[in-house]
Every structure is written in C-alpha cells, then in structure tokens.
Design a protein around this ligand. Structure first.
Ligand code: AMP
Ligand code: GLY
Length: 432
C-alpha cells in the first residue's frame, strides 16, 4: 500500500513509525514532515491545507490512502476534495470536523444524540459571560468556540482571569462558559467508517506545563497507556470502552450520519470521569471535548502498543468497511512518553537551538523518539518550535517504562529545555 501522511508533528511521526513497523512493504510518504520523519520516509513540500494541491499530489503519487494528522486540513476541507477525487482518506470532511472546530456545534450534536457532557452556556458579550460564570460558580471554565491550538481553554478559580480570557476570544467570536467537572481525564480514540466505531486503548494526557498539574495548559506534556486504574471502576478496560461506545461514540457517529455529514476518521473523545452520578445507571462518564483526529501526545503511547496492523484499520475506516471482527488488539506492554519542550513554551518558545545526545538516548532499551519540531541544518538537529520531541519508552511495568524514558531524556541536550518529571508517576507508584 502507498500511504501519504499529512502533518509535521510527533503524532504523525508515531503514525508513520507504526505503519513502517508492519509486516508489509508499505511505501509511506509524508508532507511536510520534520527532520525526524525525513530520516524515515520521503517528505514532500506543499500546502497541506490546500484541498486541490493535496488532491493533485495524491493523484500524481498514485497513493492508495491519505491519512490526515492535524485538524487544520480537516477544517479546510482537504478530506472532502480527496473523496471527491475517489481517493480513500482517513479523516472527516469539513462538516463533520466541526465536532472539533466549533464547540457550539459539538454541544448541539451531543444534545441531539443524548451524550453526557457538562452544562454549558454560549456567550457573545462580557455581560453574558459574567452571568454564566456566576450561575455555574467557581472554578470557572471558559472556552473559545473555534480552533485555538490548545490555548482556547482556561480553568481557574480567579473570576477576573476567566473574564480576561473571555475578553480575548470575544473579539473574534463567541465563547462557551462551562460547568467545572472534577475527576480523572481519559483520552479514548475511536476509529469510525461513518457508521461503525472500533476503539483503541485508552490513554491519559498531561495538559499542564509543570509537575503536579501546575502552570498553563499546553498541547500536552506527556502521556501513558493503558490506564490500569480504570479497572477499579469498570472491571476491565473493555467494559469501560464499551460503555463509551454505547453512550458517547456510537450515538455521535449515528447522529452525524443521519445529518448526512458522516464522520470518517478518528473520533477522539476527551472524557472526565466524575463521581457525581445522576441516575442509577450513570457511570460518571462526561465528554469535555471531541477532536476529529489522533491526539498528541497520546498517539505516541497508544500506537506502539497496537498489535493489529494500523494500515488495514485506517483503510477499512476510509472505505466504509470496518467490522467488529477487526477490533484492534493491544499488547500487554506499558508505554510512557515525555515531551521535551523549548524554553518559554507555551507562551513564546525560544527556537533555533541545537539538540544533542539523541543517539545515546536511543541506546536505552525500549526507547524510541518521535520528533515534533525539529529541522536539519546542515547535519545539525535544531529545535524549531514549542514541543520539540517525545521520548517514548515501552516496558513491562510503568516503573520500568518511566525509568527508561527519564534515563533517555537525561541524555538529550537542549538549552533551556523543559519537561515534566511526573509523567505516569501515579501509575508507577500504584505498582508498589
Ligand atoms: P479542552 O481543550 O477542551 O480539552 O480543555 C483543556 C483542558 O481543560 C482539559 O484537558 C481539562 O483538563 C480542562 N477542562 C476542559 N473542560 C473542563 C471542564 N468542564 N471541567 C474541568 N476541566 C475542564
Ligand atoms: N493531547 C490533546 C490533543 O491532542 O488535543
């Protein structure tokens, strides 16, 4: 199979590594990629947010499948043009991608499909925001309605900070004020062919910049999978996953199909598990957000554990032929990823600095590296953005995977680099 992967982050690198690890001779190409991806596959340079340009490349290259990594090309309608041209594509069209692109759209679909989520109020003026903040009470949750590259959400006990955040985003649209939900977060990825859904294994992301969940929200500073503590509440991972399919994923996919905007691609359910139960059958699962693509950095820990060939799952989703018998299988390994970020990320990351020590880091058993923002400057690897790379470590236990990840990250040099030291710490501590 010849597969074109669109995007330039560690998520796309993880997808590519997973495709290359299969027992098949796939030809994988990428656009635009990064320095790490370039070491593994041929990279092309064109505007991946331009539907016609992308379709032309897919035709010229005679690719069998296009996999769209980030949200921007989805919202720009790249998948629609590819489908129009008869090219199988993993990624929803513009209309269904509004599930991620517009929080108001997502709330409407959830309401229509009866999906459990926090109460929310849309506001277009500061006075509306104030009223909603006071109605829900502290801590306050304010979200920009449109795409905001992970910066659109504030969760704060400080009413003035919540108002300032709202003021910023009201200049360009509306905001959503939400009820604060307390509990553990879970990222669950579901493959959809427009009608049926199949689950991947759950992961947990670390959104805040600093240890102990302090500091600003980021794109994600680390992740681990699976989530052993889910078993305490749900018995097994499969029971949890089936409950999410029954109450969240299938209703949403069915709703979008009925609206003639089928969701073909990856439905990312961002969930909070709350103790506040509303009915005897309520198991506390609440949606905090949907994304229309694989999550970053969760993909980096989910895909290395996947035993089923990824290419077949993506192709079956793209061609409307997912089947319950394809249910993805996962290995018993644990996976931990730690993100290495540039100085001053997420505000104004310092870029252009050299990265050293990768070869030494790769010598640590069970470790590989997914590149995010790296470029090659005449043989020197340079950090070119906020989240620079992900160290990914596999192990038989979280204690082992964590030790490997941190051993490897200590071998990497980047002036001013930041990383969290508590990724998967609780999961490891629970192992005793
Ligand atoms: P989002 O971009 O919607 O995933 O929000 C970013 C982060 O803000 C989430 O991962 C949560 O940690 C937090 N968050 C979002 N919505 C809520 C909510 N209603 N209650 C509590 N925390 C939230
Ligand atoms: N890890 C959060 C996201 O991909 O949106």
């Amino acid at each position: 199979m010849k597969i074109l992967v669109l995007g330039s982050g560690a998520r796309e690198h993880a997808i590519i590594l997973s495709l290359l690890s299969e027992d098949h001779d796939h030809e994988v190409i990428a656009a635009p990629g990064n320095a790490g991806i370039e070491r593994d596959v041929r990279c092309l340079s064109f505007d991946i947010n331009d539907p016609v340009a992308t379709a032309n490349v897919a035709i010229d290259e005679a690719v069998d499948l296009v996999v769209i990594g980030p949200e921007a090309p989805l919202v720009a309608g790249v998948a629609d043009e590819l489908r129009e041209q008869g090219i199988p594509v993993f990624g929803p069209g513009k209309a269904a991608a509004q599930l991620e692109g517009s929080k108001t759209f997502a709330k409407r679909v959830m309401d229509a499909a009866g999906v459990p989520t926090g109460r929310a109020q849309r506001a277009t003026t500061l006075a509306d925001v104030e009223e909603a903040l006071d109605a829900f009470g502290a801590p306050y949750v304010v979200k920009a309605d449109g795409l905001a590259a992970g910066k659109g959400v504030i969760v704060t006990p400080d009413r003035d900070a919540a108002l300032d955040h709202a003021r910023t985003y009201l200049t360009s649209g509306s905001v959503l004020v939400e009820e604060f939900l307390e509990g553990q977060e879970v990222s669950l990825f579901l493959l959809s062919d427009g009608h049926r859904v199949l689950p991947l294994s759950p992961a947990q992301d670390f959104k805040r910049l600093a240890d102990g969940d302090e500091g600003p929200n980021t794109g994600g500073m680390g992740a681990y999978s699976p989530l052993p503590w889910l078993d305490e509440t749900f018995g097994t991972e499969d029971e949890f996953v089936d409950e999410v399919i029954r109450t969240v994923a299938q209703p949403v996919v069915t709703q979008l199909a009925e609206e003639q905007t089928p969701f073909i691609g990856l439905l990312y359910a961002g969930l909070i598990l709350t103790d506040k139960r509303e009915t005897p059958t309520d198991r506390g699962i609440r949606v905090i957000e949907f994304n229309a693509r694989f999550g970053d950095p969760e993909t980096q820990v989910v895909l290395p554990r996947l035993a089923t060939p990824l290419s077949q799952l993506l192709m079956n989703a793209a061609t409307g032929t997912l089947d319950e018998s394809d249910r993805p299988q996962f290995g018993l390994t644990t996976a931990v990823t730690v993100v290495l970020a540039s100085e001053n990320y997420p505000a104004t990351p310092v870029t252009g600095r050299p990265i050293t020590g990768l070869d030494s880091a790769l010598e640590v058993e069970g470790v590989h590296i997914a590149h995010a923002a790296t470029t090659d400057a005449e043989g020197t690897l340079i950090a070119s953005g906020g989240r620079v790379l992900n160290v990914v470590a596999l192990g038989t236990t979280f204690t082992e995977a964590r030790a490997r990840a941190y051993e490897a990250i200590d071998r990497i040099g980047l002036e001013g680099a930041q990383f969290r030291t508590d990724i998967a710490k609780r999961a490891a501590d629970a192992e005793g």
